[in-house]
Design a protein around this ligand. Structure first.
Ligand code: ADP
Ligand code: MG
Length: 341
């Protein structure tokens, strides 16, 4: 009998590593292949950036509570986020969809109006794609193309001991927004006559349904003359992204729990669900904020950037990655992230 290894034994990151570990690149223009938020290609006077992300119905979104226009907007947002995470500027996207006959043309029009709105907002051109049928759900795969000056490109791998660890915006909101949507879905399933009660949850619902990539943060850093030493976008939770950054940069990290930025409405909702806000920030996903490191000498400059907070510092590799709690207790950061398999 032939051997069979379940995908669940590897998980997403293990599977990617397994499939790509023997890949070799031969083109002189391939500066960075697999392993960062986007591939980096030498175009002579600048680097081109390319990144792909796919959203699958039932895995990444649930049509019963996702406005399809928002879904289109989000599909673009999450791709652009990876281009910004390289310190770049997105310029074009391609959009591929697999769609079942369950969806009328009007729904596809709505999807595209969301896609167009995001393209307009972030000044990118939709330049192609592919359309095919699907037996059941909707699948959207977007490829984003961008560019960056060679001296500005920022990888996951550049963090060094003593660098300051920074996070934009606030975290955990998307996760708690999703919990609210799931809760209302259960109520609705039991009694379809009850209207969902989503009043007062605007912020966290917007975080999950219509995230904005942090173009503004990239612009402010440039304005302030700050070049991050490393950067990644926060798609799978702060904990998981910190581990990526440490692995690629060959370092450890200390994050101070009380410094993790949490919005007041996120904190209030966490309490309702009996969840610790910092746990939602570390292990929840889909915030699409930026996690980056800067040299200590940039402390004053970064302190002036209101969109960003310093949450900790880079430590040596042997010390590992840990969250420090107010009483001094250190808890090792574990990857949670993706559990689709
Ligand atoms: P992100 O969360 O930033 O979108 P991912 O975790 O999806 O990044 O991917 C990590 C890296 O692995 C990226 O460089 C991506 O291009 C690469 N990658 C993901 N899936 C595959 C695949 N099936 N084949 C080759 N490379 C892949
Ligand atoms: Mg990313």
């Amino acid at each position: 009998m032939s051997d069979r290894t379940e995908l669940s034994q590897l998980g997403e990151f293990g599977l990617i590593e397994h499939l790509t570990k023997d890949l070799k690149t031969t083109q002189a223009s391939t500066i960075k292949g697999v392993g960062d938020d986007a591939a980096v290609i030498d175009r002579g006077d600048h680097y081109e950036l390319i990144s792909t992300d796919m959203l699958v119905e039932g895995v990444h979104f649930d049509m019963s509570y996702t406005p399809i226009k928002h879904l289109g907007y989000k599909a673009v947002s999450v791709n652009l986020s990876d281009i910004y995470a390289m310190n770049g500027t997105p310029t074009q996207i391609t959009v591929s969809i697999a769609v079942s006959s369950r969806f009328p043309i009007e729904a596809m029009d709505e999807l595209y109006s969301g896609i167009s709105e995001a393209c307009e907002r972030y000044d990118v051109d939709l330049v192609g794609g592919d359309t095919t049928s699907s037996l059941t759900g909707l699948i959207i795969s977007i490829t984003a193309i961008g560019s960056v000056a060679k001296e500005d490109v920022t990888y996951r791998s550049g963090a060094q001991e003593h660098d300051l660890v920074c996070v934009s915006g606030d975290l955990g909101g998307a996760y708690i927004g999703l919990q609210i949507l799931e809760r209302e879905k259960e109520v609705w399933k039991e009694n379809p006559n009850v209207q969902p009660d989503l009043e007062g949850f605007d912020y966290v619902l917007e975080r999950i349904l219509k995230p904005e990539p942090r173009a503004d943060v990239i612009a402010v850093l440039k304005e302030q003359g700050i070049k991050p030493t490393s950067m990644i976008d926060i798609s799978d939770g702060l904990g998981s992204e910190l581990l990526h950054l440490c692995k690629q940069s060959d370092c450890g990290v200390r994050i101070y729990e009380e410094k993790i930025p949490i919005d007041a409405s996120t904190a209030a909702q966490c309490q309702e669900f009996g969840l610790e806000p910092s746990v939602c920030a570390l292990n929840g996903g889909e915030d699409y904020e930026l996690l980056f490191t800067v040299r200590q000498s940039d402390f004053e400059k970064i302190s002036k950037v209101k969109e960003v907070v310093i949450v900790g510092h880079i430590s040596d590799k042997a010390s590992g990655a840990a969250t420090v709690y107010p009483q001094g207790e250190e808890i090792q950061i574990k990857a949670q992230g993706w559990k689709s398999f």
